[in-house]
Ligand binder design. Structure first.
Ligand code: 13P
Length: 237
């Protein structure tokens, strides 16, 4: 089973999201794929209510609960509405909202009391990649994100190199396999009910087949290609 997560970021307005979800909800997909859609937080509640046969993910939530926190999204907005997945630590949230590893750590802990499967995003910038310091960088992200004495439930880790996001650049299959193996090896002393590894960064219709050969991966986290019907049709029965 491959998990294909559509991160619609802020690409679509409400009507466009509604239109595309309607198409997804009417389409029959191959059993080997589990499609999960992460629409904007604005559209999510409405779409979840209307399209019961689609799997949804939140793009984000905040570590404050309900209360006087203007503009924040409490995790209960997701859990009380049976949203089963949530992205945490996406590089764009790290960059524009200054979310750091310790915030990611706190948010990850909040998911433990819910049925939400966290999709934790990690990845290095181009400079780090060029200096061949990727695994050192990921090690630090992992150490500061996960606790050895916590029993995690199902967790997805999405390896998304920053230099691959939205750039058309993609690591080689061999590089991605090695990173996936490294993450699993490094996390062997931590406790997970299930740990799944995804890749994200410029996945599109042209490279999907090639990237799908990476047997260490459990799926993909896809941005801009995921708003195109031609890409969505790749998973059709
Ligand atoms: P792109 O697929 O547009 O490169 O974005 C990747 C991403 O950020 C998914 O979370």
């Amino acid at each position: 089973m491959k998990f294909i997560i559509f991160n619609w970021k802020s690409y679509l307005n409400f009507d466009e999201s509604n239109f595309l979800i309607k198409f997804i909800s009417k389409t029959k997909f191959k059993n080997k794929y589990n499609l999960i859609v992460a629409p904007s937080s604005f559209s999510l509640g409405f779409l979840k209510n209307k399209y019961k046969n689609v799997n949804f993910s939140g793009q984000n939530f905040d570590f404050y609960g309900k209360g006087g926190f203007t503009s924040f999204i409490p995790i209960s907005d997701l859990s009380e509405n049976n949203i089963n997945y949530a992205l945490i630590g996406h590089s764009e949230v790290r960059q524009y909202r200054k979310e750091n590893n310790s915030i990611v750590n706190l948010k990850l802990k909040l998911t433990l009391d819910t049925k939400i499967t966290p999709i934790v995003c990690i990845g290095e910038d181009l400079n780090t990649y060029k200096k061949k310091l990727t695994t050192d960088y990921l090690k630090k992200q992992i150490i500061e994100t996960f606790d050895k004495n916590t029993q995690y439930k199902e967790v997805f880790i999405a390896y998304e190199p920053l230099w691959a996001i939205g750039s058309g650049l993609v690591p080689t299959n061999d590089e991605i396999s090695k990173i996936a193996d490294f993450i699993k090896f490094f996390l062997k002393d931590y406790s997970f009910k299930k740990l799944k590894i995804l890749y994200g960064g410029s996945v599109n219709s042209e490279n999907l087949e090639q990237l799908s050969k990476i047997k260490e991966l459990d799926g993909f986290l896809v941005g801009s290609a995921s708003i195109k019907k031609s890409f969505i049709n790749k998973f059709k029965l």
